[in-house]
Design a protein around this ligand. Structure first.
Ligand code: GRF
Length: 204
């Protein structure tokens, strides 16, 4: 089987990246993770890439004259490796026009809330402060906004009376590790169609 080529962009821990690699190595998986790019030198995700034998690159923003220059370098690496889908996984930057134009409809992100509720930083803390009874995670296509692109898949997680931020984050994270690989598999099965704001999952 010809497997879809995925690159992961991250800034930190890399647990979603690790979950993707594990899923991609299961029998029958239709994609493989070919590359990791971090914008932080000390990102633990880079060490995880080494341990999993995935090629990695570190392109910190401060090494470039502006965001456009950084993204042009990122695009060069992605294109040279024939990357078909870019997955943001804890990448702490808004994606700019350089990347969006080169990979239209081909960049995904995961966010630890049921968007459009609780976008941006500390989504789990926001959910607790708002007193939500249900939170969860969302995989969505990326546009120029903050956590604002068309939603591909969501998984609800109940907020418990005794939850603190760590406990809720951990239960959501476990669902993230299932939902993101699921969305990637749908993408490479050719089942995702973007109709304006809506993502239609074909064959459902
Ligand atoms: C995850 O909670 C993800 O939803 C958010 O950033 C966190 C990244 O975690 N965008 P990890 O680096 O994948 O462990």
């Amino acid at each position: 089987m010809n497997k879809g080529k995925v690159a992961v962009l991250l800034s930190g821990r890399g647990s979603n990246f690790t979950a993707m690699v594990r899923d991609s190595r299961k029998a029958g998986a239709n994609y493989s993770v070919r590359m990791v790019i971090s914008d932080r030198e000390n990102a633990p995700g880079l060490r995880k890439a080494d341990a999993l034998a995935i090629p990695s690159h570190c392109l910190p923003r401060e090494k470039f004259k502006d965001k456009g220059a950084q993204e042009r370098e990122i695009c060069g690496l992605l294109q040279a490796a024939g990357i078909e889908l870019v997955c943001l996984a804890g990448y702490m930057r808004l994606v700019g026009p350089e990347l969006l134009e080169k990979f239209p409809g081909r960049i995904m992100n995961i966010h630890p809330s049921l968007l459009p509720s609780c976008p941006g930083l500390h989504a789990q803390r926001q959910a607790l402060r708002l007193g939500l009874k249900v939170s969860g995670c969302t995989v969505h296509f990326v546009d120029a906004g903050l956590d604002s692109g068309p939603v591909i898949a969501q998984q609800a997680v109940r907020v418990r009376e005794d939850d603190d931020e760590d406990a809720l984050s951990l239960r959501i994270l476990r669902q993230e590790h299932r939902l993101y690989p699921h969305a990637i598999r749908l993408y490479f099965a050719g089942r995702l169609q973007i109709w304006g704001r809506r993502v239609i999952i074909a064959g459902k």
